[in-house]
Design a protein. Structure first.
Lengths: 640, 201
């Protein structure tokens, strides 16, 4: 085709005038100042975090000797027992139902590295982080050779992401690992791992200062957890991670609810030590909520929180005391004693609180110390209480606390406030607290609105309602095609149909049948990620997929499919194994039946394959059935 | 705990890290030089000043975050316009969200634009230019603005709007014809903003 040359268009002067006038009109010094502040905050994450302490995930101290032992047992259990139905199906389809010795060694190594990063100094973290990428490569090879199951690889990737996040090296950012982890969990249908990965993503973006994205991640994790229908270790762990994310997002009441769920999950799978820890965390978040309510003037609501927390604490302590062999440090139940003391601040609790809050190792102990301060103030020893509060503020510096707890520390307790805060400060601070409370309410409504929106979206999406009858890809198969075709392609609305054909399945299967399945799954996931929720994806044949694109004209469908071809060709080798696809796209004519449309799409796909594959083709005139309009949009589009 | 919660995960960041990744003075310069122009053009595309300001802020934040990965700081200006166009189009076409068209905001901005120029004649011209742009069908206006005000090439516009290159060529030439017809006395401007940061083919 010869290229026609035409003179370059010059923008008329009037439009340039308009451009200049608009530029002048939007000059707004106040607004530019706020924008600059936002940009500056984005630049210096550290500074941003100081500006709004809410954006940081809390720091939990390393050095919990006894606890990490129990964690290891737990991980051991979760490695050998496939937990969720997804895990099972993935294992069955991959025929790697048991992780081999090499896989176990890799998991042990991952565990060791993460422990090292958790308990070591920052310099040690840097060293560990620099070694992680080789280790991840090993794990990827083990996954490809079938020595490591996909769930194990997900755990290792997650550990890598955590180590990178902790090390905070500018050249090793955790984001790519998290993206990889999310793709991996989607590809193998590891829903529980996906929820945990979302929680990790949330924690990382929250650290980078993006609250909105962190809320999105929390919503995704919460919805995914809702969809899991079996009590299992993975689900319990994902719930616990999500609760921790909500806690860092300064949403104590929602975090408390998540901790409650996690406690129930751990109880259901008979792990009382974790159940007690989750209950203790629930108690702590409830106390934080109660203290916050109290400071905003809702004293009765706060007291009610203390009473519920105290009841819960007694329950947790009963479980803790009932079995002597629980591997939990006393530090973890400190918040339970704090709840009992806050519900009824009398002298009786002083001894036990002093015993549990003598050194500060976990966040719960800070709450216990606050309770002790209140007991001291209530029993007429304000001097001692103030001294202890000052001391506590200094000790808590090394923690990254959630906003409510920071506020509680900064403002102390009401008895001391009245005596020691100047009245001008007091009124200003209460005003500030009231405003923060409003912001907090807004954040809760945002979260709930997004949750509802996401639930609705998932229930209304045609893809969500389809039966999953292809175990390999998790897609519906050809049995539902005709029905879908008739329901999606309505008369007088444009619609397109694309047939996606894998170019080199035989070649890939020569290495191993498991590779073929990996590739099919990767392509199914890529198609689903490329099209919108309104479109339907069906596994049609061994290496063929059908994509129904309602409300889309041919050109739009071709553009979308070209994007798909490029994405598939660019899949990393571990997932795509060098696979490419040929796509035939047709627009569905009115009065055209499903069979005719399929026949035309097949012709187009064959043509794309004949031209060397890795491209998109629309039908040639010959391929059109005579009964339909001939000659419309008959051109060939190629890509690749 | 391993593979378990994020409960054991975070440590305090070391202060001072990452300072070498950006150049605040350069970003500030760029911001002062381009911000208003960017907001104006995005507002033309989106029809809302508030949205345009959000887009501009988002774009500059992205620039700040990606400063380290920019191979050539000179290319930052075209990058800005391109990213802003993408962000604006994303917001305009985002699924499941009903765009809020605030007529008062739009009208207010147009009025401000008219009063920002010196003479009443120029104000009339600005009004006239707006009405010319408003007279274009939405698809043509979008393509025209992206091509000549944001400097995107036709391939990019086609990919972004989900149609073929030929369709974009058609839209552009129709838009140009309409504009020339409506401004028959005005053609041949002395300033071509399409050249300012765009590609010419």
């Amino acid at each position: 085709m010869t290229k026609r040359h035409r003179p370059p268009h010059r923008v008329p002067r009037v439009l340039c005038e308009l451009d200049r006038a608009l530029t002048a009109a939007v000059a707004d010094p106040e607004r530019t100042q706020t924008e600059l502040a936002a940009i500056h905050a984005a630049l210096t994450t550290e500074q941003a975090s100081e500006l709004s302490a809410i954006t940081r995930p809390k720091m939990i101290l390393a050095g919990r000797g006894r606890r990490s032992e129990s964690c290891e047992q737990m991980d051991q259990a979760s490695v050998t027992v496939p937990c969720t139905p997804d895990d099972r199906s993935a294992d069955a389809s991959m025929d790697v139902s048991q992780t081999s010795e090499r896989g176990n060694a890799l998991l042990d190594e991952g565990r060791r590295q993460l422990k090292e990063a958790c308990t070591g100094s920052q310099a040690q973290r840097h060293r560990t982080a620099r070694g992680v990428s080789d280790f991840l490569n090993d794990a990827m090879h083990a996954l490809q050779d079938g020595h490591l199951d996909p769930a194990g690889y997900a755990r290792i990737l997650r550990a890598g992401g955590l180590i990178y996040h902790m090390a905070r090296l500018p050249e090793l950012t955790p984001e790519p690992l998290v993206i990889d982890l999310l793709a991996h969990t989607v590809q193998y249908g590891l829903a529980a791992h996906n929820a945990a990965a979302q929680a990790l993503r949330g924690t990382i973006v929250l650290f980078n200062g993006s609250i909105s994205e962190a809320l999105d991640a929390a919503v995704d994790a919460m919805i995914t957890i809702e969809l899991l229908d079996e009590h299992a270790m993975e689900r319990a762990l994902a719930t616990c991670d999500t609760a921790a994310l909500l806690d860092s997002l300064s949403l104590p009441e929602i975090a408390a609810d998540m901790y409650r769920q996690a406690a129930t999950e751990f109880a259901a799978i008979d792990m009382p030590d974790y159940q007690v820890m989750m209950l203790a965390d629930q108690v702590r978040t409830q106390l934080e909520h109660g203290l916050w309510l109290e400071r905003t003037g809702q004293v009765e609501a706060g007291a009610a929180q203390f009473t519920t927390a105290a009841e819960l604490a007694k329950h947790a302590l009963r479980i803790w005391q009932a079995s002597a062999d629980l591997n939990i440090d006393e530090a973890f139940v400190a918040s339970c004693y704090a709840a009992i003391a806050l519900a009824n601040p009398t002298n009786d609790h002083e001894g036990i609180l002093r015993q549990h809050a003598d050194r500060i190792a976990v966040v719960g102990q800070i709450v216990a110390r606050l309770a002790l301060i209140r007991v001291l103030a209530a029993t007429g020893r304000p001097g001692e209480a103030i001294h202890m509060l000052t001391d506590l503020r200094a000790t808590s510096q090394r923690f990254q606390l959630s906003l409510p707890l920071q506020l509680a520390l900064a403002r102390g307790i009401p008895e001391l406030r009245q005596a020691h805060e100047p009245s001008s400060d007091a009124s200003y601070l209460s005003l500030l607290e009231a405003q923060l409370w409003v912001v907090h309410q807004a954040r809760i409504s945002t979260l709930q609105a997004r949750l509802e929106h996401e639930r609705l979206r998932r229930s209304r999406s045609p893809r969500g309602a389809l039966p999953v009858n292809d175990p390999v890809t998790g897609l519906p198969n050809r049995t539902v095609l005709t029905e879908l075709f008739n329901s999606l392609c309505r008369p007088a609305r444009p619609a397109a149909l694309a047939m996606v054909d894998l170019d080199n399945l035989a070649e890939i299967n020569q290495h191993s049948c498991a590779y073929g399945e990996t590739v099919l799954r990767a392509i199914a996931v890529t198609i689903c990620q490329t099209v919108t929720p309104d479109d339907a994806v069906i596994r049609y044949g061994a290496d063929e997929f059908i994509v129904l694109l309602p409300n889309r004209v041919l050109h739009a469908a071709v553009t979308l499919m070209r994007d798909l071809v490029i994405r598939v060709a660019n899949l990393p080798y571990s997932r795509g194994h060098g696979a490419t696809i040929s796509v035939g796209v047709i627009d569905i004519h009115e009065e055209e039946g499903c069979d005719w449309a399929l026949a035309r799409a097949e012709d187009a796909t064959r043509l794309a394959r004949a031209r060397g594959g890795n491209q998109v083709t629309t039908p040639t005139p010959r391929a059109l059935p005579r009964s339909t309009r001939a000659g419309s949009d008959d051109q060939t589009e190629t890509s690749g | 705990m391993l593979f378990g919660g994020s409960r054991l995960m975070s440590a305090a960041p070391e202060p001072g890290q990452g300072d070498a990744n950006y150049d605040w003075t350069k970003i500030l310069e760029l911001y002062q030089a381009q911000r208003n122009k960017l907001v104006g053009r995005v507002a033309l595309l989106m029809g809302s000043r508030r949205d345009a300001e959000d887009v501009a802020q988002e774009t500059f934040i992205k620039l700040a975050r990606h400063w380290r990965t920019l191979r050539n700081p000179e290319a930052a200006v075209p990058w800005l316009y391109r990213t802003a166009a993408n962000e604006a189009l994303n917001r305009l076409t985002r699924k499941y969200e009903i765009p809020v068209v605030d007529a008062a905001d739009r009208q207010g901005m147009w009025e401000q634009a008219s009063s920002a120029v010196g003479s009443p004649e120029q104000a009339l011209e600005v009004q006239h230019a707006l009405s010319v742009l408003d007279a274009l069908p939405a698809g043509q206006r979008e393509a025209y603005l992206l091509r000549h005000f944001f400097g995107l090439c036709t391939d990019d516009i086609a990919a972004r709007l989900g149609c073929s290159r030929a369709a974009i060529h058609t839209r552009l030439s129709r838009a140009e014809k309409t504009i020339t017809r409506l401004l028959s006395a005005e053609g041949g401007a002395d300033w071509d903003c399409g050249q300012a940061h765009g590609r010419t083919s």
